[in-house]
Design a protein. Sequence first.
Length: 459
Amino acid sequence: LISAFSVRWFLILVLSLLSSGCALREKLYYAAPTLLPETEREMKNPGFWISRHPSPDKIVLKPTEIESLNFYVENELELTKDVTKLDSLLSGEKLVSLLENRLDRFSKGEFYLRDTREVDPVFYQRIMKNMNLRAIPSEIQAQFGLIVHYANQRIFPTRKGLFAKPKDIDFDELQNSALDIGTPLAVLHKSSDGKWYYVINSRSSGWVETKKIALCTLKELRDFLSRSPFVITTKAKVGIFLNSSLTEYYDYARMGVKLPLSQENDPKVIQVILPFRKKDGTLSHRAGYIKKSDVCEGYLPYTARNIIQQAFELLNAPYGWGGMYGEQDCSRFIQEVFATVGIALPRNSSAQRQVGLLIGDFDEYATEGERLDVLISKATGGITLLYLRGHIMLFLGMLGDRPYAIHAIWAYREKVWYRDIIRLVNRVAITDLSLGKGSKKGSLLERLITIRIISNRQR
């Protein structure tokens, strides 16, 4: 029998933990298991999913059809831009208004520096001064350029980060995107300190360090982009070197980067043309060398096999909000994979959800069964995107009545006792869509909003 004394002290212990905050309450994140719930070792190889696909080598879209899809996304949906078409005068007033509104929105919020101090008004005053808004003319004649090294694209012209929560340093609110070598740009403005350009690229706009950009004429930009033959990077991080023995390292390119091919004489190494910044900041070119096995000449055929294989090249790659640390978030992961077949998807998940053939659209009242019926009857592994608010995934297929996806995931919620805890994944992972079931937010399947097949048919 348990004594009254023991029961009394047990209740005191429980109450003290609940009131003061036990380890469960104090800890921000908990590590997710290496093998996530409802997954098996065999699932971590693309062959597992390819072997279960009804037609993995069927051409989904031919090159001309992909061109039509890209044209539709750019011109009808207006989700991407061709910067080479921005050669007319642009409104300086609109740019000033955009930059002022961004600054105003942040200055009214509550943000923290990396050292956990709350941001003070002086920070924003310095940003305002460096944005050099008075120097923006009423009509802007865009300059053009190319990224010469991996570059962060920032909301403000500063390398300092702002964070919504103290110590939450993996989510820098000023990180807008990240740009790889060879990315074409329209350059609109320069900061007061001369260290930043405000640029537009095909999917986003923001501030990029001037040392990462080589300025060029519109003709030079078009010439570089139209060079043929070309290669596409097909690995997670492709090393670029300045000598054929691959010992003089230059930088790396993420998956889906397009570079002009110069020579292919060596069976193991190819030579590409790299954009290079001269001392005066203008464009030159130099030879770069890449392992042949890290690229393909031209785009890969758009098949489910190729998309699944490319997705698995990124399996376990760390999560990177807005491209932080040279990594990828959920939408960048999807963008990189489809770039290898020549499909130019927009930057954000909310924009990507608008591309392709709509096969499922759900409101908050839709049931799990209704969502599951669409996945079973209409979705195709490797070419179907699954969108829930703020997140996007690549559908892999069904195993029995369980749908699976691969995606760049930061964390998921798990109900433990009376509350949710956050399980930190922080990588590209395979999960079934019941992940998070029972938590306050619900499972991935319960939160699913849109299902689309990436094709040139739109609805």
